[in-house]
Design a protein around this ligand. Sequence first.
Ligand code: SF4
Length: 145
Amino acid sequence: MILGSKCTRNCGFCAVESSVPERPDSEEPVRVAMAARDMGLRYIVITSVTRDDLPDGGAEQFAKTINEARKYLPDSKVEVLTPDFNGNFNDLMTVLHAKPHVYNHNMETVPGLYPPSGPLPITGVHSACWNMQRKTLRIYTLSQA
Ligand code: SF4
């Protein structure tokens, strides 16, 4: 899991701490790739907390980590499980241009189980999240057409 251990959302779907996250670590992509190489991984899944505090939602860090993993492990497969990037087309394309073998994005539950809309960061998941998750997957689908 990249981009720290603290999430800017508080969904209740996971046990990740919701708090103000650390600054992104510029050395993280290389260290992740080296660790994967040292473990001899043939399949690498890169995921992250949600970083609504960053202008690109952490997309560039995903892209760099994919690129480093490809460099250190050219024969391994790389999957990414990304946040929704608030439905931002450019952020998702930043990740996809790094050409992960598999793109993954979770739809956590059905819309009826999301609470009504409210402010997004650090206040919990709500119905807007469902719409952004759908938008993210729609962008991905269109990008593959
Ligand atoms: S956005 Fe993801 S990591 Fe953050 S609290 Fe929700 S489920 Fe957990």
